[in-house]
Design a protein around this ligand. Structure first.
Ligand SMILES: [Zn+2]
Length: 423
């Protein structure tokens, strides 16, 4: 930073990375337990974090408040009051034993960008709003995107009756937090108020690191299909039943898993498939497994691509089961659509990346994000920042300060050059 003593806008900007990382650390200190970072929805730590974020927003020149679901909301007016906004943000809840960057990086970067504009007295022909979503991870009440769904007006009232593992309902937790559960609807925003929603987030994968790039432009948040498979064969004695006469459900599942992996590996357009759990019964060393259940998670950057892949994979599993004399039950347990990033907005993110002299590299997001809810009221785009080893949801999650800086510069460039979509 000392190479130049000239106070140009560029030198002023160079402190953003340090400010962001300092605040990441301050926020990470607010945790349920000191050893393992955990800040779940509506907990006392969650409230403490919200209060600190409100302070930072106000210092950045924003009007700031907690909305009806506990989202932290800041607004920086444009060159006249009341203009529609460009909304920036991410979430400030965490998983348990979390890393400190997933969520807060996007939120704190947005606040630092606004602070930079404010220091320079820069007003734009639109307002900027920064939002810290209260619940994205869905750890406490087993229901994700509660904060962004409330903003998008798609919060489902029945979620208030969900209970955490201590038996506390969301309704009661909201009251303890200082919110009125009867007024969640007040958090809802309308399409007219927003030009777009843009989120900066750690990649949570290893691709940018492998490409040696600090930032990447997200093409879409991949949709996902989850299936539960159950293979039924015949349990039997491991010593007495000859191999040719067996109907081993676990060996059948193993063949299915290898086939799923092979199918996804040969696809070169972002398809991923994972068998994440498996259970074999009766589950004894000397018994041939008669019943095996496993789960399957399939994601792709477009819905038609995912649906075709699911169909192909199901046919392969059916063929394996049939050949092995196993009966098969397959159920879709979860399905969410792909959220494409809006081409006009993604183009502006790419321009900002190029303007900061980084190669423009596009990649899909395999993980879910708040944009999945925000798409209902705004066009969405995302910028990914490289994280070490692609590790996330783990204490080893790490972002270099220079990469935090790179992300902030790109986001700031995007904001300053932002043009609303032409009507
Ligand atoms: Zn996240």
């Amino acid at each position: 930073m000392s190479e130049s003593a000239v106070a140009s806008p560029e030198t002023k900007r160079s402190a953003l990375g340090d400010e962001i990382v300092g605040r990441i650390n301050a926020l990470a200190a607010i945790s349920e337990t000191p050893e393992h970072l955990a800040r779940v929805f509506l907990s006392p730590e969650h409230r403490q974090a919200a209060d600190l974020i409100l302070v930072w927003m106000r210092e950045a020149g924003m009007r700031a408040h907690l909305d009806a679901i506990g989202n932290v909301c800041g607004r920086y007016e444009g060159d006249r009051p009341g203009l529609p906004c460009l909304m920036l943000g991410s979430h400030y809840d965490t998983v348990r034993d979390a890393g400190k960057w997933d969520g807060p990086l996007g939120l704190l970067t947005a606040i630092s960008c606004v602070a930079d504009l404010n220091r320079r007295g820069r007003r734009l022909p639109f307002a900027i709003e920064v939002i810290g979503f209260a619940d994205e991870e869905g750890v406490r009440f087993a229901s994700t995107l509660l904060g962004s769904r409330a903003v998008a007006g798609t919060f489902v009232e029945s979620a208030l009756d969900a209970r955490d593992r201590a038996g506390i309902s969301m309704r009661d937790a909201m009251v303890t937090f200082g919110l009125d559960p009867e007024h969640v609807g007040a958090a809802a925003r309308t399409r007219r108020e927003l030009h777009a929603y843009v989120e900066l987030h750690i990649e949570q994968g290893p691709v940018l690191e492998q490409k040696n790039l600090p930032v990447g432009v997200v093409t879409a948040i991949s949709g996902a299909t989850r299936l539960a498979a159950k293979l039924t064969g015949m349990a039997g004695h491991a010593g007495t039943v000859p191999m040719a006469l067996r109907r081993d459900a676990l060996a059948g599942a193993a063949e299915c898993i290898a086939a799923i992996e092979e199918f996804c590996r040969t696809d070169e357009s972002g398809l991923v498939g994972t068998v994440g759990t498996i259970d074999a019964k009766p589950g004894a060393t000397n018994v041939i497994p008669g019943l095996v259940s496993f789960t399957l998670d399939i994601r792709a950057p477009t819905d038609p691509h995912r649906k075709l892949a699911v169909g192909d994979i199901v046919r392969r599993i059916e063929a394996i089961a049939k050949r092995r004399g196993l009966s098969l039950q397959l159920d879709v347990t979860h399905e969410n659509r792909t959220v494409p990033c809006a081409p006009w907005l993604k183009a502006q993110v790419a321009e900002a990346v190029a303007a900061e002299n980084y190669p423009v590299f596009e990649l899909p997001s395999g993980a879910g994000h708040d944009g999945m809810a925000m798409i209902d009221i705004a066009d969405v785009a995302m910028l990914f920042v490289r994280c070490r080893g692609g590790i996330s949801h783990h204490p080893d999650e790490h972002v270099e300060t220079t990469d935090a800086e790179a992300g902030a510069r790109v986001l700031l460039r995007l904001v300053e050059n932002f043009r609303p979509r032409e009507q």
